[in-house]
Design a protein around this ligand. Structure first.
Ligand SMILES: [Fe+2]
Ligand SMILES: [Fe+2]
Length: 188
């Protein structure tokens, strides 16, 4: 029988708490690898919902906790500490591109809220066969979340990091790093 630890094992090889907070752009990249790990896990869970529901639900709960904590902090890092500085230094095309990324964040947030609703239904479902359509709804939401988030991350890896290296000054990067540390309750 598969254990939640096995389901939760990251494919990226990144240790869960590896910190790159002093280097904001590297930190965003490292967060992206951790998010991709969770997207992989969400896909793997699908195959275990019927056969090993307890472990699947535990693994899903751990993923949801990650998106509610680290994932939410990552979005704030981008929207409050990195994107505004890129907007201030870049042109209107850059600003439009960043608005598209912020829209993706909202869409991913909606999908994640739907996923948490499904998780609640899974946790509350009686033992035995799953209620009709629940596994199907899970698979649909996870497929959509993977589609939206992986495309989004690829765009950020490609463009935000390049813009950041080109447009942000050392002072910008220092200030962003300080905000990101404070956001996590660490000394700035
Ligand atoms: Fe993002
Ligand atoms: Fe990101």
């Amino acid at each position: 029988m598969i254990q939640a630890d096995t389901l939760l094992r990251p494919a990226s090889g990144l240790p869960p708490g590896a910190s790159t907070l002093d280097s904001p752009l590297d930190h965003l990249l490292a967060c992206h690898r951790r998010i991709e790990d969770k997207l992989d896990i969400l896909q793997r869970i699908s195959a275990h919902l019927e056969s090993n529901r307890a472990e699947a639900v535990r693994a899903l709960s751990a993923c949801n906790h990650f998106f509610d904590t680290n994932g939410a902090l990552h979005t704030l890092d981008e929207e409050l500490s990195v994107f505004p500085r890129l907007r201030a230094a870049g042109g209107s095309d850059d600003s439009e591109f960043l608005a598209g990324l912020e829209h993706d964040h909202q869409l991913a947030g909606e999908l994640h809220r739907e996923l948490k609703q499904i998780a609640q239904e899974l946790e509350g479902a009686p033992a035995g066969p799953l209620p009709p359509l629940l596994a199907e709804r899970y698979a649909t939401v996870v497929a959509r979340l993977n589609e939206v988030y992986r495309k989004h991350i690829a765009a950020e890896d490609r463009t935000v990091i390049e813009l950041g290296r080109r447009l942000l000054t050392d002072d910008d990067l220092r200030a962003a790093a300080q905000e990101m540390r404070r956001r996590r309750g660490l000394a700035g």
